[in-house]
Ligand binder design. Sequence first.
Ligand SMILES: [Zn+2]
Length: 152
Amino acid sequence: MYILDASAFINEFHTTDRVATVPLVREELEGEAAYRYDAREGAGMHIHIPNEETIDTVRRVARDSGDDSVLSETDVRLLATAFELDATLVTDDYAMQNVADRIEVPVQVIDQEGIEEQRSWIFQCQGCGREFEEEHDRCPICGTGLARKNPS
Ligand SMILES: [Zn+2]
């Protein structure tokens, strides 16, 4: 099961697995994203209300990690929901990822920039310095090994 935060609705996270969220997420959405929330709810998305006890635990962990000042009430409830339902949290938010890690909740990132960055790796020959967009075992020109290099 996946727990969806606002960015999952804004970026159209696709999955055939069961999904859940918290009511507060609906208030952060407008336009198409709000429509997608309603459509998912109509299709059986679980709307979860986490226990106060779990919410307190998440807050305590966030205080310890220094993330409490940047986590919203919605963020805390989403984390508590993922913990209670033993589910994977879908979020782009770094503070949420950090706290999720500490309470052993797996995270699925949907950041499109992250995907772009991986595609933009280039490979440079350690001998002649030529650069290639595809990985080769050896430089096709001089036969020396290639090293991966981030152009940015
Ligand atoms: Zn070379």
